[in-house]
Ligand binder design. Structure first.
Ligand code: SAH
Length: 354
């Protein structure tokens, strides 16, 4: 053998994969169920704390594997209770995750890539460019580490956890690892996120939307729309030149929805750019025939970005037009703006704010 074999990363593996691993160590399959339960349901990271496993096995696991190598480098806490986690990966790369508490549930926003290749002109992550994709362990460890920092390792969470894949990166450009993470998070015997509590957001990677439509286990889907004509969308989303609006909307129209499911469309409100009454009417026309709901997101500023948010009375005026025409919409309250944790502000900053 040349050198030391790299330890197997266990977090994010399916129970079947953990079982294969256990069997390869010469252990019984029920040990795999115990290990999976400790990692996925109880969020335990150190083998020493898995006291249901014999000491000798814990030592063998220690020598051959690791639950996850992701570490919390820093936590920034907002005046609204939002926490931004700066996480360090095994190669020193940094990603961010955002924990947003509410009275009856928490929402955790997780990243799918280090940086992002899409270079949307209104988003800070685009300024970074793409460094690399995350693997399944790195995707799901963000949820585990955040919950453990807030509630403690092994402690049952007091209420529902929702997950949004809306952090750094374009999840549909890291399709296989992201879908493994989706299946891990939704496993009722593990993390047990409820199906309607997991949402993936895409800027519109059309062929992958068709792939997603064929998956047996899928997240809820959100589309970052923000512009309803190609001229404007090309300026804001360079990817629109590759997958123009008509193709994107065609994919959305054919996307299968559950009984009470709606497709979510995110619309970032940019002052003087996409927020006129005419834009609102164009949005209604674009979404006609789709069971849709719209999230109106005030633009979160950053010194590097050349846009400002529409004023609140304009956002309300815009919403009124959608409501009159029967298109449901919600105005999102920005969270964690003071610590650079809000939508479009994730840039792995080491200070609380820019
Ligand atoms: N790449 C995926 C996942 C990132 S989601 C996607 O584009 O959907 C990030 C969400 O934040 C998107 O809906 C995007 O439109 C929104 N966003 C990006 N920059 C923003 C900003 N500066 N202010 C408010 N929302 C922003």
């Amino acid at each position: 053998m040349t050198g030391i074999a790299e330890k197997t990363e266990l977090l994010g593996l399916t129970l079947d994969e953990v079982t294969n691993f256990m069997v390869s160590l010469g252990e019984k399959p029920y040990r795999a169920r115990q290990l999976y339960d400790a990692m996925a349901r109880r969020r335990i990271k150190s083998f020493d704390s898995m006291t249901e496993l014999p000491k000798t096995l814990r030592r063998i696991l220690e020598d051959n594997s690791v639950v996850s190598r992701t570490q919390i480098q820093n936590v920034f806490v907002s005046s609204d209770g939002t926490r931004r986690f700066l996480m360090t990966l095994k190669d020193g790369s940094e990603v961010e995750s955002v924990f947003m508490p509410e009275e009856r549930r928490d929402t955790i926003c997780i990243s799918s890539q280090v940086g992002c290749p899409l270079a949307c002109t209104f988003c800070m992550t685009g300024v970074l460019g793409l460094k690399r994709n995350l693997n399944v362990s790195e995707i799901v460890s963000q949820v585990i580490l955040a919950l453990n920092q807030v509630y403690g390792e092994g402690v049952e969470v007091p209420h529902r956890t929702n997950i949004v894949m809306m952090g750094m990166g374009e999840p549909l450009l890291n399709y296989d690892q992201v879908m493994q993470a989706v299946r891990f998070l939704l496993d009722p015997n593990g993390m047990a996120i409820v199906p309607r509590g997991l949402t993936l957001s895409t800027a519109g990677i059309v062929p992958r939307i068709y792939d997603l439509a064929r998956e047996e286990i899928r997240p809820r889907l959100a589309i970052s729309l923000t512009a309803t004509n190609d001229e404007l969308r090309n300026q804001l989303f360079p990817i629109n030149r590759k997958y123009p609006l008509e193709e994107l909307m065609k994919a959305c129209r054919s996307y299968p929805l559950g009984e009470r499911e709606r497709l979510t469309f995110e619309y970032v409100m940019l002052d003087g750019i996409n927020d006129s009454d005419a834009n609102a009417r164009e949005l209604v026309r674009t979404l006609s025939g789709i069971r849709a709901k719209v999230n109106l997101i005030p633009h979160n500023p950053a010194p590097e970005l050349p846009y400002a948010s529409s004023p609140m009375d304009r956002i309300q005026g815009f919403q009124r037009i959608l409501t009159e025409r029967g298109l449901p919409s919600f105005i999102r309250r920005p969270r964690g703006q003071d610590i650079s944790a809000a939508c479009g502000q994730l840039a792995a900053r080491h200070q609380a704010s820019s």
